[in-house]
Design a protein around this ligand. Structure first.
Ligand code: SF4
Length: 175
């Protein structure tokens, strides 16, 4: 815990606090993706490319239904990417969005500054992780920056296919 006060985060199940939405991207996961840049991040990595997403009181609220409409209206889209910020700071609305996205037949990529191992220790994080197909984990470490890496900024970050994990999350317990 960092001791940061995040009580001002919106708690609606129907909206997500975002820094912005990118309706088409080919650099935030496989295929063409709709990217949701969630607002709020505690990691403060040196060299972060999205510092405007750190402030939990920044950004704006967007209805989950509005994001789903964007997805359904664009036949080019292969899936959705939850980026940030850190989507694991808004597990409740992000898990609702991710579950709805999967129900529609799309896949879900999520970025996080936490490691997979850290996420596994918390029921709160598992609430979202259970709906993630590909997790890209770990803080951005500027001394390990590598511009040749696909979908990642530094070599400590991993692309983890959730179905291939030897020790899958103890999910999917009733949360
Ligand atoms: S986790 Fe991502 S958004 Fe947060 S500070 Fe690190 S690089 Fe920036």
């Amino acid at each position: 815990m960092t001791g940061l006060n995040t009580s001002h985060l919106q708690i609606s199940k129907n909206t997500i606090r975002v820094a912005g939405i990118l309706e088409e991207s080919i650099v935030d996961g496989p295929g063409v993706r709709l990217v949701v840049f969630t607002q709020g991040c505690k990691h403060h990595c040196t060299g972060c490319h999205n510092p405007e997403t750190h402030d939990f009181s920044g950004g704006y609220d967007i209805a989950i239904e509005e994001i789903l409409t964007m997805l359904k209206e664009n036949p080019m889209i292969d899936g959705i990417t939850l980026s940030g910020g850190d989507p694991f700071e808004q597990v409740e609305p992000c898990s609702i969005l991710a579950s709805r996205v999967q129900e529609l037949g799309y896949d879900v990529v999520a970025y996080t500054g936490y490691t997979y191992e850290t996420l596994l220790k918390s029921r709160k994080y598992l609430q979202l992780l259970q709906y993630v197909d590909i997790l890209i984990d770990g803080r951005f470490e500027i001394e390990k920056m590598d511009l040749t890496l696909a979908f990642r900024g530094s070599s400590n970050q991993r692309i983890l296919y959730m179905q291939e994990q030897k020790e899958p999350a103890p999910l999917f317990l009733a949360i």
